[in-house]
Write a protein that binds this ligand. Structure first.
Ligand SMILES: NC(=O)c1ccc[n+]([C@@H]2O[C@H](COP(=O)([O-])OP(=O)(O)OC[C@H]3O[C@@H](n4cnc5c(N)ncnc54)[C@H](OP(=O)(O)O)[C@@H]3O)[C@@H](O)[C@H]2O)c1
Length: 308
């Protein structure tokens, strides 16, 4: 049976990935959009979530592609209406607000899928498998990009709950938590806040696995020479690099895998499976690490960020 999906929040990620991926995957179909300032040809369009929910005959599931602030209320309304929910990352503005959604989904017998798109990158499963068969010595993450290039005009990312540089950085943490054989916990965090903003533009962190393996992470939104989205792991079996956000994998410098982006197709295939069984897939560990980075974070004030 085809899963009829409605999108809430027709912004950058909805247009870049959700719309084409839904079209490309068998068993899912886009039937509606709810967005205050945007519409899409060929599907039913509404301005608000309430208007969408007034037409339950049109859809089985809603993909929440809005910013994390406010997502809890939206997800709650959709689940209460007995519809499946797909949450863009990050699943909430706080860690605690997501748990009641799981309870509600269970009560209603519908699917709740907290997506981490980077976990669907092609190098993630091979990297996990490689690391499972060796001993990890150290980990270094570099996740750097130009905020002006990747988030033009997005004010919400600088507001409380918008995560600042953790908006991309949480992708690295979602890969890290998927590939390491042992869980890690944060022990140091230095956060650089532009003097005119409520969210950090850079973060430097240390994690421990409780067994002495050093894990260092550097996130920076001021990188203008091109994207750096790499995780480097020194192991007894050689140096593993999960490169380019998970599209490529190298061992001792030799390319082992280089595949095109297919993250969102994987997400929608998984969502259709979860919806068919009314199942829940929620892992909050990447968001918990971000919360810990704010808890333990030393605040450094840096140059004001002015977009233009
Ligand atoms: N950009 C990426 O590359 C990317 C990649 C993966 C995941 N994500 C995640 O996807 C979510 C959305 O990101 P995005 O980049 O698509 O953001 P975006 O371009 O700002 O789009 C979000 C859309 O949500 C709607 N919206 C509803 N309430 C809003 C509010 N209070 N403030 C701003 N917009 C609001 C807006 O549409 P209307 O004004 O029409 O209602 C807006 O176009 C975020 O959680 C982000 O982390 C983004």
């Amino acid at each position: 049976m085809t899963l009829r999906v409605a999108i809430l929040g027709l912004g950058k990620i909805a247009r870049d990935q959700h719309v084409p991926s839904i079209a490309a995957v068998d068993g899912v179909e886009l039937t509606a959009v709810a967005s205050r300032n945007a519409s899409l040809e060929g599907v039913a369009c509404f301005s608000t979530l309430d208007e969408l929910l007034a037409r339950p005959d049109l859809f089985d599931a809603v993909a929440l592609c809005t910013p994390p602030q406010g997502r809890n209320e939206q997800a709650s309304a959709v689940l209460s209406a007995g519809k499946h929910v797909l949450l863009e990352k990050s699943p909430g503005a706080t860690v605690s607000e997501v748990r009641p959604l799981e309870a509600l989904a269970r009560e209603k017998g519908v699917a709740l899928f907290a997506t981490w798109h980077s976990r669907f990158a092609p190098a993630v499963e091979p990297a996990r498998s490689f690391l499972a068969s060796t001993t990890v010595r150290s980990v270094r993450i570099e996740w750097k990009e130009d905020v002006r290039k990747w988030h033009p005009g997005q004010e919400w990312i600088w507001e409380p709950g918008g995560l600042g540089v953790f908006d991309p950085g949480i992708n690295a943490l979602s890969i890290l938590t998927a590939i390491l054989p042992r869980p890690v916990f944060l022990t140091r965090s230095d956060l650089s806040f532009p003097e005119n903003r409520a969210a950090p533009i850079a973060a430097s962190m240390t994690f421990s696995d409780g067994h002495g393996v050093p894990v260092e992470a550097e996130f920076d939104w001021r990188e203008t020479r091109g994207e750096i989205w790499n995780i480097m792991v020194e192991t007894d079996a050689g140096s593993l690099i999960v490169a380019d956000g998970g599209k490529r994998m190298l061992v001792d410098g030799a390319l082992r895998l280089d595949e095109p982006d297919r993250e969102y197709a994987g997400i929608y295939r998984r969502f259709a499976e979860l919806a068919a069984g009314g199942r829940i897939n929620v892992d909050l560990s990447p968001l918990q690490h971000v919360a810990d980075a704010f808890l333990l974070g030393r605040r450094h004030v840096v140059e004001a960020f002015v977009e233009a």
